[in-house]
Design a protein around this ligand. Structure first.
Ligand SMILES: [Zn+2]
Length: 344
């Protein structure tokens, strides 16, 4: 089959690889109907040291189950399924607590033993706990929103949950990528009254407004802080969604949050320490977040998608074939595409 491998920064190739096989009785095999390129794939795209063997890429997909191992009960051949970016058994103490990304038998697609989703097919470990069958035929117009549940919509929602977005809250969203935009959807869903997006890309700002953003701050640094203060009667935001992962973004989040407020961080951190231990303490700031247990949120968010209340699939602004994946990485890296969907 064809699959995407990354051999180093900027070096993405689509190559022939061995077809995936069932290895464990808890596995499923699925063919990929839609996959995508993640903002987090851009970190290795910028930084991965060159290596003779490529890294299988991709961790978001929807697809059709082709075969299941002897112990798999919850999905069967022919089911349309959503694959979260992490696999999990669904039964351990962390899964039962809704934190599938800490599953004791879990792991992440595109890292280690599990393959990548930017491919024609892949093996899914722990299929019963991992795969979610939405129970719909999945007409073409619905597929982008279903695909968003494999990562970005669930991750934006996790940011909002960790930032304790509540009825009437003033929310600031840092990051105008797909996760930040899904964070806008999530904040509105959870009752935010004011949703301030920090960003300056015109298309993304327009989409943010359609998703529910009430204010846009295009300034940076101290000027951005001043604008957010002005918009929140001088107090700052109750909830800040940090959807980037850079040190600068985290510093900004700490400046924008009001006393007693919370920061939900879901951008993969590219910093070692969070500064401002003193101000965080004296202002009772909560910093929470991590890899989103998107599996836990699928059912709840799916209901809103099926009833037409949210349409997170609108973050996909380009559709490419599998062979065009290297160009897809370039487009996302150059920010000429917001989120690229792959149709193998
Ligand atoms: Zn588990």
């Amino acid at each position: 089959m064809r699959a995407t491998l990354m051999y180093g920064a900027g070096d993405v190739r689509v190559e022939n690889v061995r077809d995936p096989q069932l290895a464990e009785p808890t596995d499923a095999l699925m063919t990929v109907s839609r996959a995508c390129i993640c903002g987090s794939d851009l970190w290795p795209y910028k930084e991965l040291p060159a290596a003779p063997t490529g890294r299988p890429m991709g961790h978001e997909a929807i697809g059709i189950v082709q075969a299941v191992g002897a112990q798999v009960r919850s999905v069967k051949r022919g089911d349309l399924v959503i694959m979260p970016f992490a696999y999990s058994d669904g039964t351990c103490t962390f899964c039962e607590a809704g934190l599938q990304t800490s599953c004791i038998h879990g792991g992440f697609f595109g890292i280690g033993e599990a393959g990548g989703a930017q491919a024609e097919a892949l093996r899914v470990p722990q299929a019963d706990g991992t795969l979610f069958a939405p129970g719909t035929a999945g007409d073409d117009s619905l597929l982008p929103s279903l695909l968003s549940l494999s990562d970005v919509m669930g991750t934006g929602h996790h940011a909002a949950v960790c930032a304790r977005v509540h009825d009437g809250a003033a929310v600031a969203v840092i990051g105008d990528g797909a996760v930040g935009l899904c964070g806008v959807i999530a904040a509105k869903r959870l009752g935010a009254e004011q949703i301030i997006v920090l960003g300056r890309h015109p298309d993304r700002i327009a989409l943010a407004r359609e998703f529910g953003a009430t204010d846009i701050v295009t300034e940076r640094g101290g000027d951005a802080l001043e604008q957010v203060r002005k918009l929140t009667r001088g107090y700052g935001a109750h909830s800040v969604l940090e959807c980037v992962g850079s040190e600068e973004a985290m510093t900004t989040a700490l400046q924008l949050v009001r006393a007693g407020g919370a920061i939900g961080r879901v951008g993969v951190p590219h910093y070692e320490e969070i500064a401002a231990g003193g101000p965080m303490f004296y202002s009772n700031i909560t910093v929470s977040g991590g890899p989103a247990p998107v599996r836990a949120y699928m059912e709840e968010l799916l209901a809103d998608i099926l009833e037409g209340r949210i349409e997170p699939g609108r973050v996909f602004d380009r559709v490419i074939a599998l062979e065009e994946v290297p160009a897809g990485y370039r487009a996302m890296d150059e920010r000429t595409a917001l989120k690229v969907m792959i149709k193998p």
